[in-house]
Design a protein around this ligand. Structure first.
Ligand code: GLC
Length: 782
């Protein structure tokens, strides 16, 4: 990768026709030593016996360089992307052959593109490797769900969806999701690169000033995005691969899970626990033990004999039931799902056309071939079993696919049928979970007419359009608490705005302090779920001592107060791809900010500094170089680059951007309870501020057309008064709230406040809406 102005500096790398990489790596043979075209235009093709190279202009900020032949259609890209940025003459790609037999391809205007360093090689195991110039100084982000630091430079990253039960450490590479999309800061701006290949791939930064992109099969199908900011690059990437889906509002609430609540009675008991302890709850998960012998689309007749009643009763209490659905189907000739699948040829096969079988939770199992449209339709129809009972959310697990064998997945040569061709599993492995979740989301939309909620463990580039992601089997440890932050930030920078980690930790026994800190952080995760493993200490909040319960309750209530703000951010993500959880460098241009991941932003207005270590009652917080910040705990504007925050165990440091206006809510125990009052919190410290807030029913709009109400609010401090403007347009949707409360800073006391030209004290109405001005410390509303 390169910037044109850097060209001369980097173009003198020596050509090595053959090289051996490290110990035991096979000899490599250069394979792009052909033709010398110099051209520009919308598309350029270089012919080679096995490795045709195609460079294609996709949009003004996006180009494709495809080396070799893809094994199948792209699963990452939308089949019908949004209108792309128009290509002007000045944006045409330019491909040139350099004097030392290297080639480069770039979008002319952006002057950013790919430039080979050593070129293209094939090794004796048929892997193809492309070596590109890539300065070590460029930080790299994204790459989906990976352990380690925020900046992914200097390491080798493998993409192969894997069920990793062992503790996830720095040394763990491939996890459940494979998103070979990287975002990098160049000398001139930002670039993104998607390596669109659903087989095994590697992105390796262990070379000096080079990156090597490798694929075990298929093509090196590269999409290169160019922009002035990281947000622009993510916008271009999600324009092609899909925006994060807009979740139903209830999916942003608090979710409780456990492997496994074992009976109808236990589930009711748990839900009651939330009520008696004044805790909110929107979703309750049923893990694998609800099934009859782990048969998908069944309930155990003894323990969950009255599932429809349970689901109804819980819905009345504002709690949705989310059952787990794994892809492994039990081999049982008496079982209808197995019978139907065998009859219709729905399962993955061996080369000899017999069923590919493996062991997973139900024992011997077979797997649906989601690469076939008919199989997806059949699987979708099976979901009527749940949707007829009122289920609106499904949890997809073990969809890497995970198999209990030595390889932990299907054989490389298991067969999928894709558009009439038989394709080896190894060539498309990483797309399996994505296709399953896509089918599941489609089932919910079609059968309920509502926005779907699917939670998935496995995924591939593009997963953001149909499912939320959780980061799999973490541990109850301080390391995993910390790890969740860079991991979720990088998922967001890879298009997956709606993600979370198991709060409290999945494996091992959690401890009160760790659990407290995790809830205090987790109430800011875009997706908030408490989940833990069978055999481990329970993690429902009331199973801890009173002081812990009180602290956790505070964090959970905070989540519900934040919901309008979070919902607005999810809507923004749905429109532009911009992550909800944003790294320090988003608003801090200091070079030191580039690898900070022990604090983060939620949207543009909130800076969260979690406590990530035991027995830590204070911490230093780096305040970004853009804007002024208001400390919620200290109830005052803070100055300087660093702030020493003392919060004790009760809370974590939280800052609001001076002058911003946050849409908030009073506490409710579930999103199913009507939100009668909308709160607008004006943060002290600026002369003016503006807010556009859009609200809808949180359930059907976007499925039935984008119907929402628009509220605008702005203020300006004049010398002798504060002028505010408030408008509400409810033409397309009548919001639930009948009252808007303006929470203004104490520093406004005594200054006349005008709203829409009239001076107001206390209560007044705007367009029939009851309004109220109160002087408030932000901490009272958060
Ligand atoms: C896997 C999942 C975990 C789940 C368990 C049983 O380990 O990652 O969340 O509880 O399977 O279904």
């Amino acid at each position: 990768m390169f910037i044109m102005t850097e060209l001369q500096k980097h173009s003198s790398l020596a050509v090595q026709p053959e090289l051996v990489l490290g110990q035991g790596r096979p000899v490599q043979k250069r394979i792009d030593d052909f033709g010398v075209p110099i051209s520009s235009g919308l598309s350029t093709r270089l012919q080679h016996d096995h490795y045709p190279i195609l460079a294609q202009q996709i949009a003004a900020d996006t180009m494709r360089v495809c080396i070799g032949s893809p094994v199948a259609r792209s699963f990452a890209l939308l089949s019908q992307p949004e209108p792309l940025k128009r290509i002007e003459e000045a944006n045409l790609i330019e491909w040139s052959w350099l004097p030392d037999a290297h080639w480069q391809v770039a979008v002319h205007r952006h002057r950013q593109g790919l430039r080979t360093s050593r070129g293209l090689y094939q090794d004796s195991e048929q892997w193809v490797h492309l070596y590109l110039a890539f300065p070590d100084a460029w930080p790299v982000y994204g790459l989906g769900e990976k352990t380690g630091e925020l900046n992914k430079q200097g390491k080798r990253w493998r993409f192969w969806n894997s069920d990793v039960f062992d503790p996830h450490t720095e040394a763990t590479d491939a996890l459940y999701q494979s998103i070979p999309f990287m975002l990098m800061k160049t000398d001139q701006g930002w670039m993104g690169l998607l390596l669109d290949n659903p087989g095994e791939t590697v992105i390796d930064f262990t070379f000096t000033d080079e990156v090597c992109l490798s694929a075990a099969s298929g093509a090196l199908d590269l999409y290169v995005f160019s922009g002035e900011t990281a947000a622009e690059v993510i916008e271009a990437y999600t324009r092609l691969t899909g925006r994060p889906f807009l979740p139903p509002k209830w999916a942003l609430g608090y979710h409780q899970s456990r492997h496994s609540y074992e009976s109808d009675a236990e589930v009711r008991n748990i839900v009651n626990g939330f009520k008696t302890h004044d805790l909110p709850l929107d979703a309750l998960y049923l893990d694998i033990l609800y099934m009859d012998g782990y048969r998908v689309f069944t309930f155990d007749p003894e323990r969950f004999g009255k599932a429809p009643e349970l689901i109804d009763d819980l819905a009345e209490q504002g709690v949705r039931v989310v059952p787990i659905v794994d892809p492994g189907v039990k081999v049982d000739p008496q079982y209808r799902v197995y019978q139907q699948g065998v009859q219709s040829g729905a399962f993955v096969l061996n080369a000899d056309q017999t069923l590919w079988k493996g062991q997973v939770w139900p024992g011997e199992s077979v797997w649906p071939d989601f690469f076939q449209a008919d199989v997806c339709h059949w699987w979708q129809d099976l979901h009527r079993y749940f949707t007829d009972m009122g289920v609106q959310g499904i949890w997809n697990d073990m969809n890497e696919p995970a198999v209990f064998n030595d390889r932990m997945t299907m054989d490389d040569d298991a067969k999928h049928s894709i558009d009439g061709e038989w394709v080896d599993h190894a060539c498309v492995h990483n797309a399996y979970g994505l296709l399953m979740s896509q089918a599941t989301a489609n089932a919910i939309v079609e059968q309920t007419g509502q926005r779907p909620f699917v939670l998935t463990r496995a995924g591939y580039a593009g997963i953001q359009r149909s499912a939320a992601v959780w980061t799999g089997d973490n541990r109850s440890s301080w390391e995993h608490l910390s790890l969740s932050v860079p991991m979720l930030l990088n998922l967001g920078l890879s298009g997956v705005a709606f993600a979370g980690a198991d709060i409290g930790g999945f494996m091992d026994d959690t401890r009160p302090e760790l659990f407290t800190r995790w809830m205090q952080l987790g109430c800011f995760y875009p997706f908030m779920r408490n989940h833990c493993s069978i055999g481990m200490r329970a993690q429902e909040p009331w199973t801890f001592d009173e002081p812990t319960l009180a602290r956790v309750r505070h964090a959970m209530h905070r989540r519900y107060k934040l919901l309008p703000y979070l919902y607005q951010l999810m809507r923004d993500a749905n429109e532009t791809g911009e992550p909800v959880m944003r790294p320090q460098f988003w608003y801090d241009s200091d070079a030191a900010a580039g690898n900070i991941s022990d604090q983060f932003f939620i949207g543009s207005q909130m800076l969260v500094a979690p406590i990530l270590r035991e027995a830590t009652l204070a911490r230093a917080v780096r305040l970004p170089d853009q804007g002024n910040w208001f400390s919620v705990q200290e109830n005052r504007l803070v100055e300087g680059n660093y702030h020493l925050a003392e919060t004790g165990l009760d809370d974590i440091p939280l800052y609001l951007r001076a002058g911003s206006i946050l849409p908030l809510a009073p506490y409710r125990a579930s999103t199913a309870r009507p939100l009668k009052e909308l709160r607008l919190l004006v943060v002290d410290g600026a002369q003016e501020g503006r807010l556009l807030y859009r609200d809808d029913d949180g359930l059907t709009s976007t499925v039935e057309g984008n119907r929402y109400a628009r509220l605008t609010f702005g203020y300006r401090r004049a010398s002798d008064r504060i002028e505010c403007h408030l408008t509400v347009d409810a033409t397309h949707y009548q919001p639930q709230w009948q009252q808007v409360t303006l929470g203004v800073p104490e520093s406004w006391r005594g200054i006349p406040v005008q709203v829409n030209g009239q001076e107001h004290k206390g209560r007044f109405t705007v367009d029939g809406l009851r309004c109220r001005v109160v002087y408030i410390a932000p901490g009272d509303w958060l």
